[in-house]
Design a protein around this ligand. Sequence first.
Ligand code: F6P
Length: 507
Amino acid sequence: MRIAPWLDVLAAHAGRLVDLPLPELITSDAGRAERLGLRVGPIYASFARQRIDRAAWDALLGLATAADFPGALRALFDGAEVNRSEGRSALHTALRSDLGRGPRPAEAHRMAREVQAQCESLAAGLSAGPVSDVVNVGIGGSDLGPRFVAEALREHAGGRFRVHFLSNVDGHAAQQLLRQLDPGRTAVVLVSKTFTTQETLLNGALLRDWLGQDRRLYAVSAFPQRAAAFGVPVEHVLPMWDWVGGRYSLWSAVGFAARLALGHEPWRRLLDGAAQMDAHVISSPPASNLAAWHALTAVWNRNALGLDTHAVLPYDDRLARLPAYLQQLVMESLGKSVRHDGSPVEAATVPVLWGAPGTDSQHSFFQALHQGTDSVPADFIGVVRPDHAYAESHRALLANLLAQSEAFANGADHADPQRRYPGSRPNTLFLLDALTPEALGALLAMYEHSVYLQSVVWGINAFDQWGVELGKRIANELLPAIASPEHVTTTADPVTRVLLGELHARR
Ligand code: F6P
């Protein structure tokens, strides 16, 4: 797929729409609110407040056809080598559904089920012992997913463990955590696909020493022999595979800590929800495919309207970590500027993704969203039925959710420019019937598929992350100079040399 010819098409539509206020687009088009709404299982999504009209939408659907969305999804599900720079498939769908064709996804699904059973038996073993607390040691994809899900689904948690997450190599994090724990009642799960990640190995060694024994060490890795060499008993090592990207790995044994927090049933329901979204996405044409709609509006906002950030605004405190989870999913996957073949990408790619829960964020950064010079497209996410009995609070939360989405889109005129709201800020509103494991699984799978479809439009690899390697290498090279002043002179960079001098002078 080459997007270059499409950029002019999209620009022509955007040129026609740019001076047309969004409220006019909405009121002049009867039936738009219904037409641009889509329900998939427990999720309803309204795209009616995107800055598109029928002709622009048709053009976007044309783009989806040109990019062969159905074929691209089929390739993903069937285990084609979509991660070309590393010669790998990306079979995260096989971790929760069995919709791929051919031996590769079937074998992946079989192995995934086998490991789920292994997780189950390790969980049962842990439950039978004295352990009350479990620490997940991992970072990036080995932390964000399980941490987010354990927190988001805490109302459904039936697990008998308190679960903690240690990711940052900052020793304060370990110090704070260990103050709360008893080594005699704690198990540690080291989660690292590569088992070479500096932060995880340092924190893991620190916790292994603190435990004073290896019997309560567990690990999840694509390199089980490295985990065993670290001291984890072999029967406590859960495998993962190179065909699962770290940021897509929640559904594998990487989710073990979340599963311990939630218990078996909610965990299974989370995977079922993702599987239902997989089934919708693989079987629906772009015109009725939620992930395709989300991807196409993302491309529209980025390439036709030139908007370079994207806010995620969950109106449910339990989803507070969703923006952080999506930051890795979206920005590690789409933060690329060359195509699969190494040629420069022809359009702007990833927006900066950020966000925070409403209503708190209304009292911090929403001013900028309403009246700042830049328009920030947003995903609002609300939950219809809460898991608490404070009906008045929930009414207020929902009123704020609907009000903000409306205010961004419609704005409001005023004689005084200080009090004027420009409006026309595009947004999509997701309504989950309730924050069930199924709904959450479906929502996350929707985002994964949207990210993949965006990468297909741009011709980039959504499954590698070469950009993170340089900083890691330099950090390793700097370790001797951080440890001892005599190595400072060997540091090539003049600015870093001065900074190292300052650092050593103030120790
Ligand atoms: O530094 C980026 C990264 O490679 C992520 O892609 C990954 O999720 C994270 O580090 C952790 O990697 P690992 O699971 O191998 O420790």
